[in-house]
Design a protein around this ligand. Structure first.
Ligand SMILES: NC(=O)c1ccc[n+]([C@@H]2O[C@H](COP(=O)([O-])OP(=O)(O)OC[C@H]3O[C@@H](n4cnc5c(N)ncnc54)[C@H](OP(=O)(O)O)[C@@H]3O)[C@@H](O)[C@H]2O)c1
Length: 251
């Protein structure tokens, strides 16, 4: 691997649903990879411990720390070129602490905040989801104001996540919940968030409601060799070996 083409990459939230794929992809592309993770305690799950062991066997450097340990953040950020955050949604505003540390470190070539959802600057969903997105918009504005080079990644819906969420093949439910009779007047928070996300995606079609402009790039063009799974192929997998459904944290 040409070392000119590789970077040192620090990933926050690297043990999470999305983060673990990023860590493995970073390693497989030859980048020296660091994961900033909360310190191990008696509350750390066995699966997280196993994942961290797996990362270490791949050569990943795990830095244990909390997000409010400013000096530690600055020193680990000084060691790397690129910072990726895949923190859970409830930690979105904690990314101000990462931004502050990046500003002090002053060396970061690129920062990717924890977006990985819909294009929050161009959609206006119902208030429960819009309030959720507003926090991610605040992080984008702070990155721009700080002059940090960035890439904002709009992943729209991860197929496996949403097809699984909708069909639930793993649970084999004996009843099906039908949304949208129009009878329900209100849902308590935070249960109203996933419902307003589904409304935004499947009722309003907001993922497809805007055109890309000259500053945007359709990510699949960057990875033309990558073999994407079609929904058809995904449904075959779900029939033969259904994965457990994931549910993003909302608070
Ligand atoms: N487009 C889609 O379909 C889709 C689907 C799901 C999520 N998303 C988005 O993707 C991003 C990541 O979501 P995710 O579901 O992958 O996250 P997740 O698995 O719930 O959590 C990611 C990581 O955040 C860290 N974390 C969790 N609680 C924390 C706390 N109290 N303090 C500090 N760190 C904490 C943990 O890392 P450590 O334990 O290692 O510290 C955890 O592994 C979010 O922005 C979310 O909105 C998009």
């Amino acid at each position: 691997m040409d070392s000119e083409a590789t970077n040192k990459i620090l990933i926050f939230g690297g043990t999470g649903y999305i983060g673990k794929y990023m860590v493995k992809a970073s390693v497989s592309l030859g980048h020296k990879t660091y994961v900033y993770a909360r310190p191990i305690s008696e509350k750390t799950s066995l699966s997280k411990l196993q994942l961290q062991k797996e990362f270490q066997s791949l050569g990943v450097i795990i830095v244990q720390g909390e997000l409010d340990e400013h000096e530690k953040l600055v020193s680990v950020i000084r060691e790397v070129d690129v910072v990726i955050s895949a923190l859970a949604y409830p930690q979105v505003l904690d990314q101000f602490k990462i931004i502050d540390a990046i500003k002090v470190a002053g060396n970061i070539k690129r920062f990717l905040p924890s977006d990985f959802g819909c294009e929050e600057d161009r959609v206006r969903p119902l208030p429960p989801f819009d309030n959720f997105l507003e926090k991610k918009r605040r992080i984008r504005r702070a990155i721009e104001a700080a002059g940090i080079p960035y890439t904002f990644v709009s992943a729209n819906c991860f197929g496996a996540y949403f097809v699984n969420f909708l069909l639930r093949p793993y649970d084999q439910p004996d009843h099906i919940l039908v949304y949208g009779s129009g009878e329900a007047k209100a849902l308590p928070h935070p249960e109203n968030i996933p419902i307003s996300i589904l409304h935004c995606i499947f009722v309003k079609g907001e993922m497809m409601s805007f055109e890309l402009d000259k500053n945007d790039i359709e990510a699949s063009k960057l990875y033309s060799d990558f073999q994407f799974s079609t929904i058809d192929q995904l449904l075959d997998i779900f029939l033969s070996d259904p994965p457990r459904p994931a549910s993003a944290a909302f608070e």
